[in-house]
Design a protein around this ligand. Structure first.
Ligand code: UDP
Length: 371
C-alpha cells in the first residue's frame, strides 16, 4: 500500500496532522518507535490513577480554536494548576502572587508588595541580559534566591546567568491572590487521560508502534509521497552538524498505600540541595477520584530529576540559547532544501512549545498542506 503521508511520531503534532489528513481523504500511516501512542503526553492507568508517564501535562490555552479542537476528542475537567514551592520546608504559593509576597515579606496590600519589589529590582539597570537579571527585575532578589535560582539551575543544569531571560517570562507575577499558574482562558485535564484523547485523534488511522523510522529510512520513505517527521531534527540528519543540546528528565515513581502524600498535584523543591526538581502526585489532576467519582485509596508520586541529555536518552526540553539557536538554523536550512520531509513539533522544530502551541502549529500546517 502506498501512502500520501508517513507521519513519524504519534505525539500531539503527528496525531493532529494525521487526523486532519485523513479527514481530507488522504492515506496516512503513523509510526512510532515507542510501544505506545501519545508521545510525551502519554498517560497510563495504574490503581485507577492516570499517571503522566513523561511528566505533568496541564492543558492550558488562550486559543479558542485549539480549545474547541481538543474538546472534540476529550472532555476536560476543571483542574487549575496551583503548584506549591517547598524551600527547605517553607511553603510558598506559585506563581508569584500576594500569598507568596505575604509569606516572604509579611506585606499585606498590593501596594506594599509592589514597593518591596520595586526596592529590590533597582539593582538591575537597563534591559535584563539573562535569566538571573530578568528574574530579579520581575520579583526581586529574595524571591529569586529562594524560589527561582535553585530550581532553575537544577532544571537546566546551567547557571541562571547563562540562561536566556525568556524562560522565566513564562511565569506570571501578580499583585492579586490568584494561585492559578497559567494566564490562560481555558485549562483542564482530559478525563480518562491524554492517551485516550490521542487515540481518539488517531481513530481509523493505521498506526505501527515499536518501529524505528531512521533504522529503515529508505524503506519507509519509499512508502509515502511525503514524510512528516516529529522526532529530533539533529538525529534525523545523523547529528552531522553536531548534536543540539537538550535536557532530559527521569522519574522515580512510587505507589504509596495512603490516600495522600502531599495534598497537591505539584510541589516544586526550589532549593539547590534536594536532588529532584519537583514531585508530582498524579491523582490530584483528577481531584483524587476515579471516573465514577469514588475516592482513590492509594496514591502514586513521581520524583522528577533533570539531567543533561546524551545520545540514546529521551530529549524533553530544547536548550534554546544562542549557540543551539544557530545550530538549529543550520539544520533548518538542510530541512528546507528537502521537499519530501516536513519537521514539526517540539523536537522537529527545536522549540520549547506548550501543548496548545504544538496543536496550533499542526493545525496551521494542516490548513496549508491539505488546502
Ligand atoms: N521556575 C522557577 N521556580 C519554580 C518554577 C519554575 O524558577 O518553582 C522557572 C524555571 O526557570 C523554569 C521556568 O520557570 O525553567 C518555567 O517553568 P515551567 O513550570 O513553566 O516549566 P515546565 O513545566 O515546562 O517544566
Amino acid at each position: 500500500m502506498r501512502y500520501d503521508y508517513l507521519v513519524v511520531g504519534a505525539g500531539l503534532y503527528g496525531a493532529v496532522f494525521a487526523h486532519e489528513a485523513k479527514k481530507k481523504g488522504k492515506n496516512v500511516l503513523v509510526i512510532d518507535r515507542r510501544e505506545h501512542i501519545a508521545g510525551n503526553v502519554y498517560t497510563e492507568k495504574t490503581e485507577g490513577i492516570n499517571v503522566h508517564k513523561y511528566g505533568a501535562h496541564i492543558f492550558h490555552t488562550n486559543n479558542k480554536r485549539v480549545w474547541e479542537y481538543v474538546n472534540y476528542f476529550a472532555e476536560f475537567n476543571r483542574f487549575t494548576n496551583s503548584p506549591v514551592a517547598n524551600y527547605k520546608g517553607e511553603l510558598y504559593s506559585l506563581p508569584f502572587n500576594m500569598y507568596t509576597f505575604n509569606k516572604m515579606w509579611g506585606v499585606v496590600t498590593p501596594e506594599e508588595a509592589a514597593a518591596k519589589i520595586e526596592e529590590q529590582r533597582r539593582e538591575i539597570q537597563g534591559e535584563p541580559q539573562n535569566l538571573e537579571e530578568q528574574a530579579i527585575s520581575l520579583v526581586g532578589r529574595d524571591i529569586y534566591e529562594k524560589l527561582i535560582k535553585g530550581y532553575t539551575e537544577k532544571q537546566w543544569g546551567r547557571e541562571c546567568k547563562d540562561l536566556p531571560a525568556f524562560i522565566i517570562k513564562r511565569l506570571p507575577v501578580r499583585l492579586t491572590f490568584d494561585n492559578n499558574y497559567f494566564n490562560a482562558l481555558y485549562q483542564g485535564i482530559p478525563v480518562g487521560g491524554y492517551t485516550r484523547m490521542v487515540a481518539n485523534m488517531l481513530e481509523g488511522i493505521e498506526v505501527r508502534l515499536g518501529v524505528d523510522y531512521l533504522e529503515n529510512k529508505e524503506e519507509y520513505d519509499a512508502m509515502a509521497d511525503k514524510v512528516i517527521y516529529t522526532g529530533a531534527i539533529d538525529e534525523y540528519y545523523g547529528y552531522k552538524l553536531g548534536p543540539l543540546e537538550y535536557r532530559s528528565v527521569r522519574f522515580e515513581n512510587e505507589l504509596i498505600d495512603k490516600p495522600s502524600f502531599q495534598g497537591n498535584a505539584a510541589v516544586n523543591y526550589t532549593d539547590a540541595e534536594t536532588p529532584w526538581t519537583r514531585i508530582i502526585e498524579h491523582k490530584w489532576f483528577e481531584f483524587g477520584k476515579d471516573e465514577d467519582g469514588n475516592d482513590l485509596p492509594k496514591t502514586i508520586i513521581s520524583r522528577e530529576y533533570s539531567s543533561e541529555w546524551k545520545v540514546g536518552d529521551e530529549p524533553y526540553y530544547p536548550v534554546n540559547d544562542e549557540k543551539n539557536g544557530k545550530l538549529y538554523q543550520a539544520y533548518k536550512e538542510l530541512a528546507e532544501a528537502d521537499d519530501k520531509v516536513i519537521f514539526g513539533g517540539r523536537l522537529g522544530e527545536y522549540k520549547y512549545y506548550d501543548m496548545d502551541a504544538v496543536i496550533a502549529s499542526a493545525l496551521e500546517f494542516s490548513d496549508n498542506e491539505l488546502a
